[in-house]
Structure formats: C-alpha cells, structure tokens
Design a protein around this ligand. Structure first.
Ligand code: SAM
Length: 186
C-alpha cells in the first residue's frame, strides 16, 4: 500500500525567483508540476501569467493534491525572511554550491526546507541568506532537472510511489497499456 504524500515529517516548499514573463512560462509551470508531484507542499512565485495558475489548477483538480498551494509573492526577500522566522532552512540550488551529497544528511534532518531555484542570474544576496548553497553537480544545466534531483535525494525516492488521496484520476501502472481509474468521489 502506498503512503499518502503528506505523511512525511519533512515539509518542503519551493521558491521560484527571477521568472521572466512569457519567456519562462513553460519552465515555471514545469517547476510547479515537479514540486507538486515530487512531494512539496507549496510553491512561491512572483506574479506570473494567469495561464500558469490555471494549468496547475486543472492538473490538481484531476490528479489530486488540493493541499498544494500556489502562492504569489511580491518579494523573495520577505518570503525568505518569513520562512527563516518560522524555523525553516533555505536551500538555494546553484551550480556554484556544495555538491548535494555533502549536505544531504543535514537536509534530511531539517523540519522545514525552502528550495530556491532561479531563472536567469540570481542576486548575489541570495547566496548569503541561504543556509545551504547546493549544487546538483557543478555544471550548468536546468532548474527543472536540479529541483527534481534535489527532491528525489531529499525524499530518498519515496515520493515516486506516493498517492494523492483526493485524485479523481489514478494510473494503474502497466507495461503495455494506458490504464486510468476514475474516481467520481460519490
Ligand atoms: N547563470 C545563472 C546563475 O548565475 O545563477 C544560472 C541560470 S540556470 C539556467 C537557472 C537555475 O537553474 C539556477 O538559478 C539554479 O537554480 C538551477 N541550476 C542550474 N544548474 C544547476 C546545478 N548544476 N546545480 C544546481 N542548480 C542548478
């Protein structure tokens, strides 16, 4: 029996910074989808195109995860300050950081993590306010890939088999067909 996705002791949220209108719409949508699917409670992001929110809401409506919050913020600095004041730690994903293997035990021992991913160049101050500047390898690649690998390491692969209790659609894994169960909720 798979465990519901919220049972983890560790609460993880994502902060997307530096989103550029239109140009980053697709990547930001994918960041949010990865956050939801791979065990996070919430994504914070600046004002984005309305289509991003509606895409996410459609996915949540069908595939579950109504607890997953999409929070539009005005200032990343205030979000980080509030998170730290609430006892959470900041994990900034950057190719200039320490390799994740060096800090993963510390991250798993935290109660609340805010994983920050950039779009273009991130402000220098972010490196200073972060508790952990973490590299998913020290080569430039992608914020979507970096987030997915980071979450997979944090949750130790367990997030891949968790279920959303409120899902209307549920996939029955199959080696040769597309099998989906519909739950009308009645
Ligand atoms: N050149 C930019 C900079 O100086 O920050 C990086 C732009 S990169 C396309 C966008 C985001 O992807 C980064 O802010 C970071 O969060 C993430 N990223 C890219 N490669 C990474 C890596 N090797 N490790 C961790 N995060 C990475």
């Amino acid at each position: 029996m798979n465990s519901p996705i919220r049972r983890s002791r560790l609460e993880v949220s994502v902060l997307r910074i530096g989103h550029r209108f239109v140009r980053d719409d697709r990547v930001t949508t994918h960041i949010a989808l990865v956050a939801r699917a791979l065990g996070c409670d919430r994504i914070f992001m600046n004002e984005v195109d309305k289509s991003i929110r509606s895409t996410l809401e459609e996915i949540i409506e069908s595939w579950g995860g109504r607890y997953f919050n999409i929070e539009i913020i005005e200032s990343w600095k205030s979000t980080i300050k509030d998170w730290k004041n609430g006892g959470g730690k900041i994990v900034h994903l950057t190719m200039y950081g320490l390799n994740i293997d060096e800090v993963i035990d510390d991250l798993r021992n935290c109660d609340k993590l805010l994983v920050v991913v950039g779009a273009s160049k991130v402000p220098r101050e972010l490196y200073q306010v972060s508790d952990y500047n973490v590299a998913i390898g020290n080569q430039p690649h992608s914020e979507i890939a970096a987030l997915a690998i980071c979450l997979d390491r944090i949750f130790n692969g367990k997030e891949l088999t968790r279920q959303f209790d409120d899902a209307k659609l549920r996939i029955v894994p199959s080696h040769n067909e597309k099998k989906v169960l519909k739950n009308s909720g009645e």
